[in-house]
Design a protein around this ligand. Sequence first.
Ligand SMILES: CC(C)(COP(=O)(O)OP(=O)(O)OC[C@H]1O[C@@H](n2cnc3c(N)ncnc32)[C@H](O)[C@@H]1OP(=O)(O)O)[C@@H](O)C(=O)NCCC(=O)NCCS
Length: 197
Amino acid sequence: MSDPGTPRGTAASPAGPVVRPARHDDTDAVAAIYDHWVRTSTATFELEPPGVGHWHDRLDALGAAGWPFLVVEADGAVAGFAYVGPWRTRPAYAATVEDTLYLHPDATGRGLGTLLLTALLDRAAAAGAREVVAVVADAETPASLALHRRAGFVEAGRLERVGRKFDRWLGTTLLQRSLVAGTPGPRPGQRSEPPVS
Ligand SMILES: CC(C)(COP(=O)(O)OP(=O)(O)OC[C@H]1O[C@@H](n2cnc3c(N)ncnc32)[C@H](O)[C@@H]1OP(=O)(O)O)[C@@H](O)C(=O)NCCC(=O)NCCS
């Protein structure tokens, strides 16, 4: 399997983690991180790692559409990535996006996901997104549920037995966050930056 390696200095970087737009030379690290979760978890319903070419294409496609694809970097190493993309392809859905976030397995639980999601929501709002949907698998994903709820997402529904992986039927929880001022829940920029240790 692809070894995601160790993100150097995630905890010790004197400058702290930095969130920035993803580049093509990040795609090996992005692919290795995603491959890990594909092979070991039900966080994604993908069954086979899609390979580095997929990430080059996705970066190009999201960039062309104007949607953010970010990485969090700690001491020169990519510790995670996040992007938003179209929720549905029909034009009427154009202002609704779905988010995706994955951290290196050694970088979880330190606030990097919150840092990345906060930045992602800000960039998505600036790019014209109005509603963000998160699709969270119902097993092995307490951190993702907590992360999204803390960021102001509210549960919008559940789908039962819609996926099968590792010989189990799996459901998903749908969460939604509005980026439009005046709707319930916090807006981007209204909450303080989380502590990152
Ligand atoms: C989901 C993920 C992005 C969250 O990022 P993270 O940096 O680990 O999360 P944070 O440290 O920012 O914590 C966010 C919230 O999750 C909670 N949390 C973190 N790890 C947790 C765990 N293992 N179990 C339960 N809650 C957890 C934190 O307490 C925090 O909630 P709080 O603010 O209410 O206390 C990251 O864990 C990850 O990449 N996981 C594997 C892939 C995945 O599930 N991706 C999401 C697919 S929808």
